[in-house]
Design a protein around this ligand. Structure first.
Ligand SMILES: [Fe+2]
Length: 273
């Protein structure tokens, strides 16, 4: 093979251990910052080199400020009657039962003062039990489940509560580096009251062994902020002979807010990562 035809180095050639070393170094540096009295970072770093594509996607210019009232002229409108209560059950969208571990995920949407956020459109999307998205860009060799699409939505109640019945998603590989796997997660979108308020985030499951290895999860360098993305197993939410239960509250503002992807900052949005 002559020099010109050799494959050029690319990010996917890097091993998990090289990525983990980078994650470790950034984490140690953050620990020193905290020890020197720096404020905790509660949002993800948009330029987080172990998450390879973040380096190319993060903004280099200040954000464009939109006029919220102008945006309102173009934003979609929906009413409570537009969202059927059955849309919160992802296990009944086809003729048969999907494969996998049936779960209920419930919680409350709260503002920074702990007040419930009622009437909020909550949308979720996720991989199936085998870690495969229905999305055509997901071509890794895990089976598609004909009885599982992986999308659902609901509107929060007067107490800010939401609940979904679904299947526990599987971990899946992605192309960040060699042998890169995402921890099991469910993508969440909260619409707010207008387009400019929409936020997107991910919910994880407790005890996942992939947490320390995942550059997306680790791009939130603060452990407390990361912990707020992890649901809590709740035996009171578990139904006998039916489903396991998890609780996960979403806090929209304040120092305890849930980490969210800022689409304007070019972080992961509707991508299936
Ligand atoms: Fe995903």
């Amino acid at each position: 093979m002559d020099e010109a035809s050799k494959p050029t180095s690319d990010a996917a050639a890097q091993t998990q251990w090289e990525i983990s070393a980078e994650i470790g170094a950034i984490g140690a540096d953050y620990g020193q910052q905290l020890a020197r009295g720096a404020a905790p970072e509660i949002q993800p770093r948009v330029d987080y080199p172990p998450y390879r594509s973040s380096v190319l996607r993060h903004p280099t210019k200040s954000l464009h400020h939109a006029d919220p009232e102008t945006i309102e002229l173009f934003s979609p409108a929906f009413g409570h009657h537009d969202v059927n209560v059955l849309e919160s059950d992802l296990t009944i969208q086809h003729n048969g039962e999907p494969q996998g571990e049936r779960i209920r995920v419930q919680g409350r949407v709260l503002d920074g003062n702990g007040r419930p956020v009622a009437g909020q459109l909550v949308e979720i999307w996720q991989a199936n039990a085998a870690g495969r998205y229905i999305h055509k860009r997901d071509q890794h060799p895990a089976p598609i489940d004909p009885n599982f699409t992986g999308v659902g939505r609901c509107i929060t109640g007067a107490d800010g509560s939401y609940a979904f019945t679904t299947i526990k998603p599987g971990a899946y590989p992605w192309k960040n580096h060699l042998n890169a796997w995402r921890p099991a997660h469910i993508h969440f979108s909260l619409f707010g009251t207008d387009f400019t308020q929409r936020i997107v985030t991910q919910m994880y499951f407790p005890g996942d062994q992939l947490f320390p290895l995942d550059p997306i999860y680790q791009s939130i360098v603060d452990q407390d902020a990361r912990d707020r993305l992890v649901a809590v197993y709740d035996h009171e939410v578990t139904s006998p002979e039916w489903s396991l239960g998890y609780n996960w509250d979403i806090v929209l503002t304040g120092s305890k807010r849930t980490w969210t992807e800022n689409e304007a900052l070019g972080a992961e949005g509707d991508d299936h990562e």
